[in-house]
Structures are given as C-alpha cells and as structure tokens.
Design a protein around this ligand. Structure first.
Ligand code: HAM
Length: 441
C-alpha cells in the first residue's frame, strides 16, 4: 500500500524521536489523523449514497461462528481454507474474525426475523474484515469494506442492475473516474453442473499445463480454475469453455434482462466470460468494478447469492439476494492517486488566538458561541505566544483568525484577521458571529 493511504509499518515510524518496541501486526495498519480526511469523506459519501438508495445500516459482530463461513463460503475457497483467523474461546467455541460481511448479515436476517420487514430488505455496513493473505500493495490482513445487500422478495434482475448502479455511483461520488464494470453469469443449480463437467473434461486434458493448486481445484472446485492468476494457467484458461454458452433458458433470460437494465441506465460494462469470483455462494450475476488505472485490480465486487439463505438458514427454498462490497483502502488509494481532496469543508472554520490570561478565560466562552452558530472554531489554548498561534492558524488553512488580547477583553471587542490579505478589523464582541458569517460567505 503506498504511503499516501495509510502508514506502512516498514516506514521508520516517528523517525528520530522514539525507539519502537512494537509494531502493528503484519498486514494491519493505523489510520493516522492525517489520513482521516479521506476516510471521513468516504464514510460520509457512503452514508449519503446509502440513504439516497434507501439502504439501512446494519452492524454485525466482528466474530462469528466458524461453521457459518465454512458452510456459506465453501470449504474449498481460499478464504476458508487458507485465510481465516480462527480462534477457540475459553468456553470452547470456535469463532472466526469475519473475512467478509454477507454471511453475517444473512445470519442476522434470520436471527431477527427481518423477513417481516418490507422486502427486498436493503442493508449496508461499513467495517473491518480479516483475511490472512500475503500482504502486498492493496492487499491487507485487516481491510475495510462497505457492503450493500438486498435480501428477500423476488429474484428480479432489476435488483442486480440496481446493485451494480449503487456500487458504480458510490465510486463516481468519490470522484473515481473511468470505471470498468466486468460482468458474467455463473448460472444456477440446474445449468452449472453441466458446465462444471465440461470444464473438468477440458482441464483434464490440459492438466500438465496448470499449477499445483489448479490440479487440486480440478476435482475440488473446478470453477475456481478460472480465477487463477498464474501465467500458464491464464493461457490454459483462454481456451476453456465458457459458462455463458451453457446457461439454462431461465438463467439466460435473467442475465439478458440485467444487461437490458444496465443499457437503459447507460451504465458501461464489459462481459467477462471467465469471471467467477472467489466465494462459492454466488449464482447467476457476478460482477467486479475497477478503474482504467488498474483494470485487473478490482476495488469492488459482488453478485447474486440466492442459495446462501438455504445453506446457513433453515429455509427449504432459495432466499433471493444480491449484494456488493467495495474495499475502502482501495477506494481511498484511487481517490488519492487522482488528487481528490479529502477535506470536508461543509462548515466555516475560524481560529481563535488569545493573548494573556483574561483572554484565555474569555476564549472558552467564545468557542461556544461559534458552536451554536455551526462554525468550527479551532484554537490552541495551551499556547501563549501570539506568533506560534498564528502559525498554527495558517497551517490549518482557516480563512479568518480572531484575536483577543488584553485590550480587546477590556473593550469587549475582538480583532478579525483575514488570513489571506492580512487585513484586520476590530469589531464589538456582540457582533463577532454576525461579522464572521458575513465574511465567510
Ligand atoms: P470480495 O470480492 O471478497 O467480496 O471483497 C470485496 C472487496 O473488498 C474487493 O473488491 C476489495 O476491494 C476488497 N478486499 C478484499 N480483500 C482485500 C484485502 N485482502 N485487502 C484489501 N482489500 C480487500 C466480498 O467480500 C463479498 N462479501 C461481496 C458481496 C457482498 N457479495 C455479495 N454481497
């Protein structure tokens, strides 16, 4: 991960100041105050987009029972077989630091009887997830995701299109441009087994040309053969049969309708016949979103998962559902590499400079006046020197500083200093907020 997004532990942290005894665990990061503007902007935009498309927030525990992920994601997926942080509690429970959010949300859907609410239920979440991966640029062991899920109701293809739309709009709102949506359908219980057999037949003939992992996948989870990034395996893949040619009539018309909705919305997309995704719970539509900056490195992905409800719930019939998740570190990296400013400047900002004890005491009350007027008043009340306070005001990039010295306290006035021009004017304290508002317009 470039230094610009979050501090890497390799950097000589606090160089020259403190000796380091402990570092953050490998692949995990501190998000420092200087990084927060981008995170805040992302969080605020997520809340706005979710609100606009009528998604309600849900928060589920960081730990879930291990069996949920084993059943829900599939024991042969990389996430379950290699990447889960599993722990045993003192009481003997086997729990996992959640590697993804969808499974926990579906668990909560059943546990709290959320099918009684209007369906499809639209939920979103933001939080930490954990995957024991080999850390590298854009790949961490603690990662943050925003996820959107639409659960229940019909398996109407319009929801698939809406889910892609929400993910697309979120990236757009974060000023990430030249977006690429890759799309595929991986069929259903009826048509996928036929395709799986075709794929196995093909790969059996080519097995000498693929990696060791892929030879194991051939029997365990043949669809995952299409997800291998090894150079030789990529070559073999290019000749493999495609699932799109093996879809049943019903999956074919579902997928066609998704594409028609996307066309109607004017959302650009590319068909990728080999897109399968790394989790077993998907059926029909699957998609990934990246940008032209790095087309092969998705910052978001999702799809339909109608069978997950049956797998981890007690249902005897599918629970139609479609969802998407976007990696926040990757989104923020995209924002920063495009020079998107992280600062939220919804409120006016001023800096209060105080000189001498009476001014310091009075400053406390003046800050409250600004709070009432919804103007953010910064200060450095612990500092006495006029110069050092002004220097901080300058660094903070405020438009105005308010200067309160002994004379002003005595005269019940305050000096307003325009930080750009350096012009100063003394105004009565009673008119301070009004005068500041006028100048901040
Ligand atoms: P996923 O593709 O595994 O899907 O993860 C979604 C996004 O999380 C990825 O596109 C990526 O941006 C980010 N991500 C994943 N792993 C890492 C990592 N090690 N480091 C940094 N970022 C990472 C899911 O998790 C599904 N639950 C999405 C979904 C929701 N499907 C249906 N509903």
């Amino acid at each position: 991960m470039p230094k610009s997004v979050i501090k890497t532990t390799k950097k000589k942290a606090g160089s020259g100041q403190e000796k380091i005894l402990f570092r953050a665990p490998r692949g995990m990061h501190d998000i420092l105050p200087e990084d927060q503007p981008w995170w805040n902007k992302a969080r605020k935009t997520i809340d706005e987009v979710a609100d606009f498309y009528n998604f309600s927030r849900i928060d589920t525990p960081i730990l879930e029972e291990a069996a949920i992920f084993e059943k829900g994601l599939g024991t042969t997926t990389d996430i379950v077989s290699k990447q889960m942080y599993v722990l045993r509690t003192k009481g003997g429970d086997r729990l996992v630091l959640r590697p993804e959010g969808t499974t926990g949300v579906i668990r909560a859907y059943f546990e709290h009887g959320l099918s009684r609410l209007s369906q499809p239920l639209r939920l979103y979440y933001v939080g930490s997830f954990f995957r024991y991966e080999r850390p590298q640029a854009g790949r961490y062991r603690e990662l943050h995701q925003v996820g959107f899920e639409m659960i229940g109701g019909e398996d109407d293809p319009i929801y698939d299109a809406q889910m892609i739309l929400v993910s697309f709009r979120l990236a757009e709102e974060l000023k990430i441009k030249n977006l690429i949506v890759q799309l595929n359908s991986i069929g259903c219980r009826n048509c996928r087994p036929v395709y799986r057999r075709r794929l196995q037949e093909y790969y059996r003939k080519m097995s000498s040309g693929v990696c060791k992992d892929c030879r194991a996948r051939l029997n365990l989870n043949p669809l995952r053969l299409l997800d291998c990034k090894e150079e030789n395996c990529e070559k073999v893949k290019s000749g493999a049969p495609t699932i799109i040619n093996h879809l049943c009539q019903s999956c074919r018309s579902h997928f066609k309708a998704v594409l028609e909705y996307l066309d109607e919305l004017g959302l650009p997309y590319t068909l990728n016949a080999y897109l399968v995704r790394g989790l077993d719970y998907y059926n029909r539509t699957v998609f990934e979103i990246s940008s032209e900056n790095n087309a092969s490195f998705a910052f978001g992905g999702g799809g339909r998962y109608d069978y997950l409800g049956e797998i981890i719930g007690k249902r005897k019939t599918p629970l139609p559902a479609v969802g998407s998740a976007l990696g926040m570190e990757r989104l923020i990296e995209e924002m920063r590499s495009r020079g998107v400013n992280g600062t939220l400047r919804s409120r006016g900002r001023v800096f209060l400079v105080q000189i001498g004890s009476p001014a310091k005491i009075k400053a406390l009350g003046l800050i409250e006046k600004f709070r009432e007027a919804n103007i953010k008043a910064l200060e450095s009340l612990g500092r006495a020197s006029f110069k050092s306070q002004l220097r901080i005001a300058d660094k903070e990039g405020v438009d105005l500083s308010l200067i309160l010295g002994q004379r002003e306290v005595f005269e019940d006035s305050i000096i307003i200093r325009d930080m750009k021009s350096g012009n100063q004017e003394t105004v009565p304290i009673g008119k301070m907020v009004e005068e500041v508002k006028r100048r901040l317009k």
